[in-house]
Ligand binder design. Structure first.
Ligand SMILES: [Zn+2]
Length: 219
């Protein structure tokens, strides 16, 4: 049984093979494709699992698929995390940056992650200079931590090329895109989500104190 995040229901589930792998010729080898059924009660939909093997490959693709050795899944599971306490337009763009990342659309992911950070700065009245200057200013205004500012300086290069219309000669490596989207997540956490959580805690503490005071006064 293979295990993956189902592209239909989004749950991590076991996939049970429904049909034997079909061998399809591809450049210098074969693709083996089989249908699998999601084990989630609420889903049970079919996905296609594929593995690619060289022409002189001696092993048994069916057994390997059953053992889940490097299967590519279709439909892919697309990550669309939601961002609580972040202004709607910024939150929706951040969600799309993750969706791009999960389908390996790395340039799109980076362009959107940059737009999210730009919009976050603008939301706090920071509009001057290149993005890296805005990140410095966000740190100056105590919106983000020093380590986040430093990290932004280290990983900004790849994103710069896309933002300025110089499409890079080399493909954007997945690790760079992942790092830039992770930086976006961290900035949203520090600027919006963390403070909102603290305010909620503070509010519930105040309410509890008021209730206790009212009880004492009534006693
Ligand atoms: Zn499913």
């Amino acid at each position: 049984m293979a295990s993956t995040i189902c592209g239909w229901c989004g749950d991590r589930t076991h996939m049970t093979m429904q049909t034997e792998p079909k061998q399809v010729p591809s450049s210098s080898g074969y693709v083996y494709m089989a249908s699998f059924r999601c084990s989630s009660e609420a889903c049970h939909r079919l996905s296609i699992g594929s593995i690619w093997r060289q022409r002189d490959y001696g092993s048994n693709p069916q057994a390997e698929m059953a053992r889940d050795v490097g299967i590519q899944w279709e439909p892919k599971s697309i990550r669309r995390p939601s961002f609580q306490d972040v202004p709607r337009q910024i939150a929706e763009t951040a969600t799309e940056a993750h969706a791009c990342l999960s389908i390996s659309a790395y340039r799109g992911a980076v362009a959107l992650a940059r737009a999210v950070v730009e919009a976050t700065a603008k939301d706090h009245g920071i509009i001057k200079g290149p993005l890296v200057a805005k990140i410095d200013e966000m740190h100056k205004q105590n919106l983000i931590r020093e380590i986040t500012r430093q990290l932004a300086h280290e990983i900004r290069e790849g994103g710069n090329e896309i933002a300025h219309g110089d499409l890079a000669d080399e493909a954007m490596p997945s690790e760079d895109a992942e790092a830039i989207v992770a930086l976006m997540d961290e900035i949203l956490e520090e600027v919006y989500q963390g403070p909102a959580r603290m305010l909620t805690l503070q509010k519930s503490r105040l309410e509890r104190e008021q209730r206790n005071a009212a009880k004492k006064a009534g006693a």
